[in-house]
Design a binder for this molecule. Structure first.
Ligand code: G6P
Length: 614
């Protein structure tokens, strides 16, 4: 998704800082990039389609040493096309007709066509097909000597979402930033400030950050920050401290972020569980949930809302809450929840799951649930993210930054956290102490089991190599391994661009089996947990249609051998942990499959790390 960086200060090379920030946002997915700076009473801008490296080349060629801008204020952007193709003209920053204002925008302006028409009637000439350009013309139109007020007046006319940064020749010592539904974070430095749409762009420069709330507008200079709401009333936002190191957001010797993050899983899961298991009471201790035992007992229904990989984690959670706590639970694609007029009762809990904490549909589901009077809580990774703040209660993953677009460690940590929450709910109800203790033992053992899978990566690579020809693939599972099958198929789709589908193994017969043939491998999750005997039958059905079968199976379970062409052996564990270690194996399978096919792994085509538009 689009990325924003802005810098003001004299401490470092402005252009290099902006480009460095854009590079740190590359993982979010984009298809063009641009930069604008103020210099000698004018705005200079360069834009380019393609990667930030291409923009950098252009800057080197056009702004060479003799012509290098002497500037202390600038903005930069990576654009992921929504309105208009990824062309030079559509790339940001957008500059108004007078050349006095430049703007970068994330989000979508829904009423842009009507605004554009009005502005055209007033003589504004548009250079792009984007919705974003409307805003810079509107700000220029409404400017009356105070940039912050012009921005506020313009934003009042907008329908939709935005995270913006604006510079103006009339205000050369400050950037103006604002947000509604699309994140903006301000890094507070020493005689410098850096703003961005994502904290990873600025942690190399400062760990002190301010997260803006919706409809906040900030005037950011090198010396200080003034924040008002859209009605021009001053508001104060606290400075938070980011605990991620800048190394954590770099590759650290791994070929890809995705690989690094897959290897980080044992540590990430340990961090997610640290201090959260109470052996004495045989329960989970998640203080951020803020539920008293009485509050917990009153919750009689859970609705989980999430998208993508987080939704698959939520599906596992559905099983946990029903099995361990006997609470009726539903998982909802977050966009469906919002538009389906959901039934929310006074004792319903809406649990939002989001790695980034910024996914537009998940956020909208949270707001809808709050509006309907539900109790809301979240499981997020990014501290201070919008969903985490708006839900007010929840559990952070503490998984460290996840940069690879294909989510990996967030999934395994989300599932682990869900298991701990279900344990807490379960112990509040019928789950016996011994069962609680047994679960704690299992949870504490997850990092060791995941490490065993990591140690077998080379074997998984060999299997992936054998099937690298495949253009279609099916993933099947049952029970706890059904969501794992969906997640396995999603991983393959995301990074290797082949057609892969995840199905409940029983559903295979109801249509998809028509597609099976010798060039269509089926990955069957046949670990030794309840459902295994049935899935063996499904594997036989696949073999009878000549599909090669790749199985996951539990070490020592020789009964699988005769039904599979290849087997990824996994350590023995309970049904609760099986989806976690199976997905780790499928992450490796997908990673090697994509790598062997020469695909771009960290920035897969068309995908965005965080989808902040509907
Ligand atoms: C995008 C990403 C996925 C992610 C999904 C939900 O589609 O590419 O990897 O699972 O958004 O993101 P969230 O941050 O809400 O977990």
């Amino acid at each position: 998704m689009c990325g924003i960086v802005g810098y003001i200060g004299k401490k470092r090379d402005n252009v290099e800082t902006l480009i460095d920030g854009l590079k740190r946002l590359e993982y979010r997915g984009y298809d063009s990039a641009g930069i604008a700076v103020i210099e000698n009473g004018g705005i200079r801008s360069i834009k380019s389609t393609g990667k930030v490296a291409e923009l950098q080349q252009k800057i080197l060629a056009d702004w060479n040493h003799h012509n290098k801008p002497d500037t202390s204020i600038g903005i930069a952007h990576t654009r992921w096309a929504t309105h208009g193709a990824p062309t030079h003209d559509n790339a940001h920053p957008h500059i108004d007709d007078t050349g006095r204002f430049a703007l970068v925008h994330n989000g979508i302006i829904e009423n842009y066509a009507a605004l554009k028409k009005q502005l055209q009637l007033k003589g504004h000439v548009f250079k792009s097909e984007t919705d974003s350009e409307v805003l810079v013309h509107l700000i220029a139109e409404l400017f009356d000597g105070d940039l912050m007020q012009a921005v506020a007046a313009s934003l009042k006319q907008l329908e939709g979402t935005f995270g913006i940064t604006v510079i103006s020749l009339d205000s050369p010592d400050s950037l103006v930033v604002a947000r509604r539904g699309s994140p903006i974070v301000i890094g507070v430095g020493d005689e410098e400030s850096i703003v961005a749409s994502d904290v990873s762009a600025l942690i190399a420069y400062t760990k002190r950050v301010i997260y803006l709330d919706d409809d906040d507008i900030a005037l950011v200079s090198a010396e200080g920050i003034e924040i008002r709401n859209i009605d021009n009333v001053p508001v104060s936002r606290e400075i938070a401290k980011v605990d991620w190191s800048s190394d954590a957001a770099e590759k650290g010797g791994y070929e890809h972020f995705m690989l690094k993050e897959m290897y980080e899983q044992p540590e990430a899961i340990s961090n997610a569980t640290r201090g959260r298991l109470d052996r004495k009471m045989a329960t989970g201790m998640m203080n951020g949930l803020g539920f008293s035992p009485k509050n917990l007992a009153e919750i009689n229904r859970i609705v989980i809302a999430a998208c993508g990989t987080s939704m698959h984690a939520g599906m596992v959670g559905e099983y946990y809450f029903e099995d361990l706590a006997s609470i009726p639970t539903e998982i909802e694609q977050a966009a469906e929840f919002r538009y389906r007029n959901p039934i929310i009762e006074p004792n319903s809990l809406l649990l939002a799951i989001s790695q980034s904490g910024e996914t537009a549909d998940t956020l909208a589901a949270v707001r809808e649930a709050i509006n309907k009077g539900a109790t809301v809580a979240s499981i997020c990774n990014v501290v201070g993210s919008t969903i985490a703040r708006e839900t007010g209660r929840g559990v952070y993953l503490h998984a460290g930054p996840e940069i690879g677009v294909a989510s990996t460690k967030a999934f395994t940590c989300q599932v682990t956290v869900l298991l701990m929450i279900a344990l807490k709910f379960g112990r509040n109800r019928r789950l016996a102490t011994e069962e609680g203790v047994r679960l704690i033992d299992e949870i504490e053992n997850i990092p060791a089991l995941v490490t065993e899978v990591l140690n077998d990566a080379a074997k998984i690579e060999e299997i992936a190599r054998k099937y690298v020809y495949a253009e279609d693939m099916f993933f099947i599972g049952r029970g706890y391994l059904y969501p794992a099958a969906l997640e396995g198929a999603l991983k393959i789709k995301e990074i290797s661009y082949i057609h892969a589908e995840g199905y409940h193994a029983a559903e295979l017969k109801h249509g998809p089996i028509a597609l099976l043939e010798e060039k269509v491998p089926v990955v069957a999750l046949a670990n030794d947990i309840p459902g295994k005997d049935k899935i063996i039958g499904n594997m036989q059905e696949c073999k009878a249609r000549k599909s090669p079968v790749i199985a996951t199976a539990t070490v020592g379970d020789d009964s699988i051998r005769e039904h599979a062409d290849d087997i990824i052996w996994l350590p023995e564990c309970s049904k609760y942990v099986a989806p976690i270690i199976s997905v780790v194996a499928l992450q490796f399978f997908s990673y090697y499959f994509a790598k062997l096919r020469g695909c771009s792994i960290d920035q897969p085509r068309n995908l965005a790390k965080s989808v902040t538009v509907e």
